[in-house]
Write a new protein. Sequence first.
Length: 270
Amino acid sequence: MNVLVERPSPAIKTGDLCPDDSENCRLHPLWRYARLAPPENPLRAHPTARERPDSGDSDSKRRAILGIPAESSMTGEHSDAIRSFIARFANPPRQQIENFLESGIARVLKRGEYFVDAGKRSEELAFVHAGMLRYHLTTIDGRDVTKDFSMPNSFCVAFTSAVTKQPSQINISALLPCDLSIWPFARLEEMFAMDLQWQQLGRRVAEGMYIRKERREVSFLLESAQDRYLSLQREFGSLLGDVPQYHIASYLGIAPESLSRLRRRVNPDQ
């Protein structure tokens, strides 16, 4: 939401799901990161937003990161993780779940590689199995600001870009080497149109993402930097040690020097 996640939905039977064919009905108010007119082949895997090298050398390096091809069919372990995630929120028909899983691909991102590039339209949805993704943007004065993170066992998508079909204002890049499952966002919208349980899944995920967003905003008004840091420690656990300190400081809204003093105060033995 990381939960913790772009356009008129494809070929929806409005008589079944909507009382009319209004624009509001044709847009799914779900995932908080969703919408997109289907591409010519909605099951085709889109390239990453930032062009990925095609050379054999680059491919071999990518394979070496997590020991699997850069793009391949999802493994049984991947599928089991996604089935478990879906079951937490909804109960779509089993065959529809299997069809959804079969239409996804596995992708590996090396550290620093981009899943979404600001200035380009985002058309993909990812499930994070391992690693960590960082949402970030560049301010008008050139500062790189961390907006959020996507942790393992969560979906990741540039929601506004996917829903509006406009270029993304944020970047999403691999803070750690990442093992992902990928679908075109249009595929998710197809699932929304098939069964109300998929819409329930999207709504529940969207609710969780909104709650996370609101709590973060409130924390800047009601909590000290130390309180925000302690909350981050609880959320990230051992993964926090893998995040560069300047990214943590940016996420907390403080200077790196202030974070260093805060960490010494919170963890005097370290």
